[in-house]
Design a protein around this ligand. Structure first.
Ligand code: AGP
Length: 372
């Protein structure tokens, strides 16, 4: 009913708007007064976490994209090797697992059969399984050794939005916690990032306040057939997530690429007026990555692409090459997906509406996929 949607036309719009609160709620009570993490609810003793020698993440769809981002954070802050695998592929390749492997299963519903079968397989091999889940008492956390709940509240729209942002927060917390427990050379950085996380809900709120031009842009692209998405580093999974949202909601051909792969094939797709969304990494320190993506934008634009550039406030170098510029607040590199994903959700939702599609219940999809 209209009341359930809180005055919004769709649950998806309501859930997009709820993201600052969902993010804040997922952090609540997990950072103590001294700026350390208190994740006692993760019932795997620190002694066991110190002996882990590998992390394996299993998930599907949007949760898999959260896992891809988690890999960057876990490897950086803990120096533990981390693999991310589609849950549906995992057990069929006879993965290498043992008691020193920490498996993280990410699932909004907690009922996804592919993810459940992957975690059962991991436990049979003696691995410890930590679930990141949004649904209290669901099957995946019940069958795991430990669970870190995301506090997004019920997500009704089939297309995942607030659950994704809270999965990211939970993944950062786990990565930082592992770093804290195991002790790494990044102690100062870990403390600084914990501080930055505490104010990240405000940054998400800020993005939400600037979405009207994104909606307008989406409407103007309603008759297009294809949209491409490019990113690097943590911007790469963000590009994949932007493309998935567009497939699910707008039924458009959408693909995400790592921008460095362009020259290995996808650049052949670029033609006059093709919309290409580019997620630009932080301009701070002018990293090598940053310069490379700016030259990617120049390359595709020279070939006629209509560039839709998502870049930090204050990043002026991209301005000459952006046909459309979407600004996001400055964040630490690894946290950028929390703000960069939001315009892509709004973009897909508005395109779906403009194309006359059912936003909350896209064709052929179910909210939780309980078959393999
Ligand atoms: C996201 O928009 C999708 N509807 C889908 O990819 C989803 O993320 C996937 O099915 C995993 O679901 P889960 O998080 O409930 O396990």
């Amino acid at each position: 009913s209209a009341a359930e949607k809180g005055g919004y036309d769709y649950f998806m719009l309501k859930e997009i708007a709820e993201q600052p609160k969902a993010v804040a709620d997922t952090l609540l009570g997990r950072i103590d007064g001294s700026g350390s993490l208190t994740l006692d609810e993760v019932r795997i003793p620190p002694r066991v976490l110190r002996e882990i020698d590998k992390v394996v993440i299993v998930a599907c769809g949007t949760a898999f994209h959260a896992g891809m981002i988690a890999k960057y954070a876990i490897e950086h802050w803990t120096r533990l090797p981390c693999e991310v695998e589609l849950a549906s592929e995992f057990r069929y390749r006879d993965p290498i697992l043992d008691a020193q492997t920490l498996v993280i299963a990410i699932s909004q519903s907690g009922e996804t059969m592919d993810t459940l079968m992957a975690l059962r397989h991991a436990r049979e091999q003696g691995s410890k399984v930590l679930a990141i889940c949004n649904t209290n008492g669901s099957t995946i956390p019940r069958e795991s050794d430990a669970v870190l709940y995301t506090h997004a509240g019920p997500e009704v729209a089939v297309a995942s939005t607030k659950a994704f942002l809270t999965q990211l927060v939970a993944c950062y917390l786990v990565a930082l916690y592992l770093g804290q427990v195991r002790g790494t050379k990044w102690g100062d950085e870990i403390r600084a990032v914990i501080r930055d996380l505490s104010s990240i809900a405000g940054a998400v709120e800020q993005v939400l306040g600037t979405m009207e031009p994104v909606r307008e842009l989406a409407r103007s692209l309603a008759s297009k057939d294809t949209v491409l998405f490019l990113g690097r580093h943590v911007g790469y999974p963000v590009a994949l997530e932007g493309a998935l949202k567009l497939k699910e909601l707008a039924y458009m051909h959408a693909e995400g690429f790592a921008a460095g792969e362009l020259k290995h094939g996808p650049i052949a797709l670029i033609e006059e007026d093709l919309p290409v969304v580019v997620v630009v990494p932080s301009a701070r320190g002018r990293s090598v990555l940053y310069d490379k993506i700016v030259s990617n934008i120049q390359e595709i634009r020279a070939r006629g692409a209509r560039t839709i550039v998502i870049a930090e406030e204050g990043d002026e170098a991209v301005v000459p090459y952006a046909d459309h510029l979407i600004r996001i607040p400055v964040t630490p590199t690894l946290l950028q997906p929390l703000v960069a994903t939001v315009p892509l959700q709004v973009f897909a939702c508005e395109l779906a509406t403009a194309r006359g599609n059912e936003v909350d219940q896209p064709r052929n999809l179910a909210k939780s996929v309980t078959v393999e």
